[in-house]
Write a protein that binds this ligand. Structure first.
Ligand code: A2P
Length: 295
């Protein structure tokens, strides 16, 4: 079963996708192929992940029709600007081996160089008008970034992909998205960012949360499956990352049970308000030095 969401421009998108953030290129094609074989029809990647080529390879190897798979990727900040973003599409499409991209989004708001962000978004609008992409959106935008973007552009983003797991749910961003009919999409939907090395000390691993563990035990499901169910029942898209075939299958096996309203609320209540990933408002000039290769 594939649960689909209708975007604000009428395009449908499978709610659950495979994420490939930090998937090493040499493992990505296998992961994508494994995912498509167990039923996933949505893959989320990014120019900055350095594995778009392997996403395309996994897609072709799977034998699943290109037209049946929703491919989402992201423009990196060093390619922001109008012409640069048009060219970023060419680079991504070439690496993925596709003519059209289902969803192309801006990876970061980069508020310290927001004029370039706006120009990049206008590039996305042009790609949409030309039929090169089927939907456009943003990632890591907070309410004020959305307000600034909406004031200067025409097409409301279809999606806003943000850090969102039980320990960090960003209710104000979700509210802002909903006010504009922007779909909230969860990155790190099972909280990988709460235990990935290199993102700070003293984090608590949400996969080990007692409340989630108790709910999972009641259904004979895993904590990851409960979190994904919570994401989907709250109307969000989620893109769990795994390169392990067993966990890829596990994360898709979430359509045979349903959480109660009380259980959803109990998971909502775990929010700490503390971000685990980078703060989009803190300038990181080194981001702009990272060049996305042509091939
Ligand atoms: P792996 O790729 O070895 O499976 P997120 O998408 O929330 O950031 O989470 C990704 C992290 O969670 C990765 O470290 C991934 O490792 C791990 N992971 C993915 N699926 C599961 C699962 N079902 N149970 C436990 N860990 C998982």
């Amino acid at each position: 079963m594939i649960e689909e969401l209708v975007l604000n421009n009428g395009v449908t998108m499978p709610a659950l996708g495979l994420g490939v953030f930090q998937s090493p290129p040499e493992e990505t094609a296998d992961a994508v192929e494994a995912a498509l074989k167990v039923g996933y029809r949505h893959i989320d990647t990014a120019a900055a992940y350095g594995n778009e080529r392997q996403v395309g390879e996994g897609l072709r190897r799977s034998g699943v029709d290109r037209g049946d798979v929703f491919i989402e990727t992201k423009v990196w900040v060093s390619d922001y600007g109008y012409d640069q973003t048009l060219h970023a599409f060419d680079k991504a499409a070439r690496k993925l081996g596709v003519d059209q991209i289902d969803q192309l989004i801006l990876h970061q708001p980069a508020p310290d160089r927001f004029d370039r962000t706006v120009a990049a978004y206008k590039g996305l609008e042009k790609l949409l008008a030309d039929g090169k992409v089927r939907s456009i959106g943003v990632s890591n935008f907070m309410r004020h970034h959305l307000d600034d973007l909406l004031a200067r552009t025409d097409v409301v983003p279809a999606v806003n992909q943000i850090e969102l797991h039980p320990y960090f749910t960003q209710p104000d961003v979700q509210k802002a998205d909903a006010e504009h009919a922007i779909l909230t999409q969860a990155w790190s939907p099972i909280g990988g960012i709460t235990f990935y090395p290199g993102f700070g000390e003293e984090r608590k691993n949400v996969l080990e949360d007692a409340v989630i563990g108790a709910i999972a035990a009641g259904y004979g499901k895993t904590p990851a499956q409960v979190m994904l169910r919570w994401q989907l029942q709250r109307g969000r898209s989620a893109i769990p990352k795994s390169t392990n075939p067993g966990r890829i299958a596990e994360n898709f096996d979430v359509f045979d049970f349903e959480l109660t309203g009380d259980q959803l609320a109990a998971i909502d209540a775990l929010d700490t308000g503390v971000r685990n990933g980078p703060d989009p408002d803190v300038p990181r000039p080194a981001m702009f030095d990272r060049v996305i290769p042509e091939d």
